[in-house]
Structures are given as structure tokens and as C-alpha cells.
Ligand binder design. Sequence first.
Ligand code: AMP
Length: 241
Amino acid sequence: MGGAGNVALNLVFMGPPGAGKGTQAERFAREHGIPKISTGDILRDEVAAGTALGQQVKALMARGELVGDDLIIAIVKERLKQPDAARGFVLDGFPRTVPQAAALDGMLGDRGPIIVVEISVPDEELVRRVVSRRICSKCGKTVSAFPGDGSATLRCSHCGGELVSRSDDSERVVRDRLKVYWRETQPMIAFYQSRPTYRAVDGAQPPDRVRDDLVKAVAAVLGNPVGDGKHALGSRPEKNA
Ligand code: AMP
């Protein structure tokens, strides 16, 4: 087998709702040419399309509860078989329970280890962020619209679509989702924590700092400290400005 450049990047970004893992996962995936796989996005697409699956999960999602392990495991298993995931992926929102994490180990076979990075943020900061989060009704992009930002954030900077609140983003639902997170997902952190491929980063920092720490954490797991100039993980994205 070849060197670090050929190693598949099998990543799990973990963290409570509002930790910024969706944004970071998207950016990391784009910068490294691998797909971001968000189970929340997949389910929201199903709900929006009114499929049988969407109808099955709609009410649960609106209450901030988790959909069943078997269902979500089957969805991810199918998704990881797609050719674009052969060189790796960034999972966002999966696994969320110990059975899901165990199933993911089983899915990977000889694809190499998974690198699990936890993005941690205090609860009160999360509630503040999530309540002010908006999603584009057209392209699905998530943006922050912090109170006081004014009306400039009513349209998506990406496609001009209308920005709306996610139906599961009210404060009460967010607090429920945090409870679910600590109850169901925290035990999964213990499942991964003892592995040499687990890292935690401070998600309360500005997004660029979080991004840099994520890149460093992944590079360190791959045994390739950032700054040695040998691996794409160490380089910043090119800017054409
Ligand atoms: P997210 O966008 O990751 O916050 O997910 C939104 C909602 O989709 C969650 O509150 C759950 O209802 C459901 N969901 C997403 N991923 C999973 C998962 N891995 N296990 C169970 N439910 C999930």
C-alpha cells in the first residue's frame, strides 16, 4: 500500500446540536475531495419529498427524538457503498448511539480506521447558537442569524433563497435535543474515547480556529504533523483573491 496520501479519510465529526459540526464537516469534505454524509440532511430530504420514509420519521424529527437505529444504519450502509465514498467521507450526525457506532465498525471492513473528532461546546452557548440558526428553503445551506444582525440575513448568500428556521430549532426542542444527546450519544463518546484515533477539539472558538484544530487533529491521528509539507491536510486552501 502507498503512503499517507493514499489513506482513506474515514471521518466522524461528533458533537451536540449547534456545535458547528455540519459547517465544519462540509468545509473539511470540500477541502479534501470527499463527501460529507449527513444523516439529518438525508432524512430532511425524505421529509421534504414526502416519501414513505419521510412520513415515518417526520414527527420524531420535529420532536428532536432519534429515529430507530436499524433504519438509520441501513441508510448509511447504502450511502457508504456509493463510489464517491470509496476514498473516504465525513460523517455528520451518525453514529449517535452505541449500536450505531458498533454497526459503523462492521461496515468499514478493510477500509481502514475511522477517525473520530468530537467538537465540544458548552450547553448554553449551543442553545444561543441553535435558536439563531437559519436554513435556506431553496438550497438547504445553514447560516447563523444572530439577533441584532438585522434583516440582511433574510436571504441566502449562496442562492438568494429565503432563510427559514429549522422546525426543530426552537429553544424547547433544542433543550430536548441536548438531553437526548447527553443521554444517547455521550455513551458513544466513551465507546470511542479509548481509541488512538479519537480526538476532541474546542468548538467554542471562532470557526476558522476550529477548522485549523480539526485539520491538526486528523493529521496527528494519521501520524503526519501539520506543517511537514507532505500532506494536503497541512496546507491551507488556495485563495484566488
Ligand atoms: P441533525 O441534522 O443531525 O441534527 O438531525 C436531525 C434529526 O434527524 C435528529 O434530531 C434525529 O431526529 C434525526 N437523525 C439524524 N441522524 C440520526 C441518527 N444517526 N440516529 C437517529 N436519528 C437521527
